[in-house]
Design a protein around this ligand. Structure first.
Ligand code: SF4
Ligand code: SF4
Length: 168
């Protein structure tokens, strides 16, 4: 196959234009999908790793780890904390972002959110900075008002006996 001079020139032009446009994007940050703010954070090494678990609010029931379809959550042992007469918390979850598919099951099935109607202590993207002080011991003694069916469904996911803790 013989390549004509005109075709070669065209090819070189396309190639050089491509390089120029990409360099412009990288150096000047123009025509980008990522924000300039993010670009600055990446270049200055100041990317903030989001917080995904509020340890103080978590009751260590392991429900999030059990419901996670990709096994992205590992329960990490901690110094035992007595929460109620019947219950001691001894582990908290840690999300592996490489395995997470952001289905939000962990967030939605967490009993602190789904049974006790508080903010969920777990979120795979960012659990947020704002966190109102909540007395977990009192929270677990709070009367819950959700259907029997829902309590049974959520309880079946947990590694603790929720019924020994809550008031219905
Ligand atoms: S959002 Fe991620 S960590 Fe949470 S249950 Fe889904 S895959 Fe697992
Ligand atoms: S389901 Fe909620 S309370 Fe239970 S371990 Fe996970 S984050 Fe903590």
């Amino acid at each position: 196959m013989v390549i004509k001079l005109d075709e070669l020139k065209n090819f070189a032009k396309i190639f050089l234009t491509g390089i120029y446009e990409n360099l412009e994007r990288i150096i000047l940050g123009s025509d980008r999908y990522t924000s300039l703010e993010m670009r600055e954070a990446i270049l200055s090494g100041k990317v903030k790793i989001p917080k995904t678990v509020i340890e103080e609010l978590c009751i260590g029931c392991e429900g999030c780890a059990n419901v996670c379809p990709t096994k992205a959550i590992e329960m990490i042992p901690i110094e035992p904390v007595k929460i109620t007469e019947n219950y001691v918390k001894d582990k908290i979850p840690k999300i592996n972002p490489e395995r997470c598919i952001y289905c939000l099951y962990c967030h939605d099935f967490c009993p602190v959110f789904s049974v006790f109607n508080e903010i969920s202590p777990i979120h795979p993207r960012d659990v947020g900075e704002e966190y109102i002080e909540i007395d977990v011991s009192k929270l677990l003694q709070k009367k819950v008002e959700i259907s029997e069916e829902q309590i049974n469904k959520i309880s079946s996911l947990l590694s603790i006996n929720l019924r020994r803790i809550i008031k219905e």
